[in-house]
Design a protein around this ligand. Sequence first.
Ligand code: GAL
Length: 656
Amino acid sequence: MNRKLFSLFFLVFSFNSLIINAQTLWLDETQVSRFESGWGQTKANLSVDGNNLKVGGRLYKRGVGTHATGKVLFKVFGNAVSFNALVGVDDEAGDTASVEFFVLGDTKVLWKSGVLKKGDSARRVNVSLKGIERVGLLVTDAGDGIDYDHADWLEARIEYTGKTPEMARIKAPKPYILTPPAPDRPRINYPRVTGASPGKPFLFRIPVTGKQPLTFSVTNLPQGLTLDNQTGIITGVIEKPGNFTVLVKVTNAVGKDSAAFRINTGPLLALSPPMGWNSWNCWGLSVDQDKVKAAANAMISKGLVNHGWTYINIDDGWEAPARNASGEIMANGKFPDMKDLANFIHQNGLKIGIYSSPGEKTCGGFLGSFGHESQDARTWSDWGIDYLKYDWCSYSDKVKGRSLLELKNPYYIMRDALLKTNRAFVFSLCQYGMGNVWEWGASVGGNCWRTTGDISDNWKSMAGIGFSQLAAAPFTSPGHWNDPDMLVVGKVGWGPGLHQTQLTPDEQYTHISLWSLLSAPLLIGCDMSQLDDFTLNLLTNDEVIAVNQDPRAAPAKRASYDNENEVYVKDMEDGTKVVGFFFTRPDASGPAAEFQWVDEVKPQKITVSWAQLGLEGEYKARDLWRQKDLGVVYEKFVAEVPWHGCMLIRLSPLKK
Ligand code: GAL
């Protein structure tokens, strides 16, 4: 008994003495610039806007000013005693600001503030961290979007003994290049099919890699078209409907290649998913003519055009505030001459896209096309535009509800207006998937339709969108594509400031593989003039692009699925199957999913059986990212896949 009492006394005594010896790590004395912040940059002893920290009318000398979604993870090595702070919305925030603070320990929520709004006095946090290895500090948008969510951790500190806590931030994993460079000999790439509208200007640049100069020749070119034999650009007008198979031959100093190329002249455009660039994910509303030209120049100088990348699409932010006296829409001062810009783009064998909304205003608050649809379509046609993204946005003001008729109507009106012009427009619907748009997008003339809200450059967003497209997948067909939004690789940022995508290299391989299996439009969303080697390599693997551009447009199917991984399969026109293995296991769920709780997740072996793929017999397997044959396989395939990464395999039946 005495012994027990003594030990208890000793324990209490030693614990207290530990606490007495505890040291303090003030949050504001750490490298706060490494805290993640949904907007702006986290600051020490200042708000995210750079003002004195002020919550509920009270000034605070020290703390950290950040913005939802804001987060930081500390390794505390089981040595921490407690976390103390006051938390709240900074008074500088807009009136609608609301946030929620969380303190997490080893994936568990240890404390949460509940929703805090602007004006609320700061709430006290005092959490024991006994035995915890990692502590996550998180501010969320409380479910209503991050607008104005300026959030402060005031007088925030970790008490600890022994080893000083370290910020566990996610050292950016090194990019690694998988795909070998294209050979010097000519290689005709994809797409190898295109749609043309009878009687309207036709433009197509045959995508070929190989040492320059290349010499092109074609046989069986439809009447009305001519080929530039140096660049491979075909232009002209085909008057009559009909399907043509053209034989393309390309030679250079080291070799030659030939391939059949189809031009189908009729009602359908975009016979394979559109590939190009769009200004939104990098420049947002700060897009201007020079940035667009820079994208077009990079498309050529970095050789992307040789891999099928074609469209240069201007998103929101080009429109002047008012129409001219005759009611025509005009470009604002950032785009001095749209016609000239379109010419410049066409001369390079590229195509140009533009953006508008069926409402009075676009999403960015610029002028929309409501009431001027035919006039705007004519203006764009005069400028030489080839592609229209038509974004619902303020059209909500024009409808009472969301009946199918109301959802379809604005798109019918614009389809008819576009068809009456002198040019062929790819028509891209953007209304975030309302009313299962994939079921009827084709009937209103859509060539593609957004199936979701906007993507952002993190795993949760990209994988959340990418792995939830199966219901829409059967609705793809040549000329009709589900659009899970644009690519978030390279330098993105929604303008004018840019940052490197937050997706890890493995996550980026998943992004491109998944979009390829899904036959999604491929619209690069980064600053093309800053393309690094990794991103360029990621976007120029012709065997992966061939999966995206396959003319059969077969829907991707899920062959197997569990909590940790998914296997997708797509039937190709030539009878082969492409199988994507994805190691998707989330680290944790709920608020804990915002953090990476372990330094390294070991690769996983994912097995798919022939029964799951609907196969029998022997197949040749090829690793598409590495462009490497893997030999003959039967009964099953086992892929070793990095966490959040993938393996993309093409299985070709062995010829008997
Ligand atoms: C959004 C759309 C984005 C972008 C933006 C422009 O509605 O989903 O892709 O176009 O509007 O304001």
